[in-house]
Design a protein around this ligand. Structure first.
Ligand code: PGA
Length: 245
């Protein structure tokens, strides 16, 4: 039985003070969370210690929004896996569409990031997904298959999360229909070739769409951007109620 992973990606939001306020409001909302799910939050690097301290004992795992592939060195602005592990970080997002787009990250670099993360005991959350153009020209499957194949070269699938994040659904308010997201998540599971891999959906997930998404057979969790910044809405998402069956 795969344990659902409900992850928040705060992107470049939340100062330490805002993180403290979030944690105080969020903690009581996840006190009675069912045992079938795990909550992960990826704050900006500077807010990691504040989040860990203020949610200590609340069962929330802390993720990094990226990790460099080298152990150390002259890489201004980057962060190493060892630096994250030292702060109790357990997961690292790699291959998110924003660094792919703004910093031209390649599948090869993303693969190196995932492998370095695993070497340090971090669970990579590999993001994959097609653009609107690619979807409209029927390239969705080909693009995602390539991202999986190249991104996961020599990556251990037993310690891995893959997030299907159609680029056209990120930050746009357009959620992918639950059945279509489920279909792609099922394909991803097959391409990864490991039945127990956690496959998430991400892209404009809200309290209004979460129950339907989590009711799908191949969606094992969500990666949430905007709606994870508000404790009430992320609390509702974490407390999703999937229809029985
Ligand atoms: P969104 O972002 O929920 O704001 O669409 C999702 C993501 O980028 O992971």
């Amino acid at each position: 039985m795969r344990k659902a992973v409900i992850a928040g990606n705060w992107k470049m939001h939340m100062t330490c003070e805002e993180t403290r306020v979030f944690a105080a409001a969020f903690r009581p909302l996840i006190e009675d969370l069912p045992a079938d799910r795990q909550v992960v939050i990826a704050p900006p690097f500077t807010s990691i210690p504040t989040l860990s301290r203020h949610l200590a004992g609340a069962g929330v795992s802390v993720a990094a929004q990226n990790v460099h592939w080298e152990e150390k060195g002259a890489y201004t602005g980057m962060i190493s896996a060892a630096m994250l592990v030292e702060h109790g970080v357990s997961h690292a997002i790699v291959g998110h569409s924003e660094p792919r787009k703004y910093y031209s990250e390649t599948d090869e670099q993303i693969n190196l990031r995932a492998r370095t993360a695993q070497r340090h005991g971090l669970i990579p959350i590999l993001c994959v997904g097609e653009s609107l153009d690619q979807r409209e020209s029927s390239e969705t499957e080909r693009v995602i298959h390539r991202q999986i194949e190249q991104g996961l070269h020599a990556v251990d699938p037993s310690s891995l999360i893959v997030a299907y994040e159609p680029i056209w659904a990120i930050g746009t308010g357009k959620t992918c229909a639950a059945e279509e997201a489920n279909r792609i998540c099922g394909l991803i599971r097959g391409w990864v070739g490991h039945d127990d891999v956690i496959v998430q959906y991400g892209g404009s997930v809200t309290p209004a769409t979460i129950d339907d998404l989590m009711g799908q057979s191949d969606i094992d969790g969500v990666l949430v951007g905007g709606a994870s910044l508000d404790p009430l809405s992320f609390g509702r998402i974490a407390n999703y109620q999937a229809p029985a069956g």
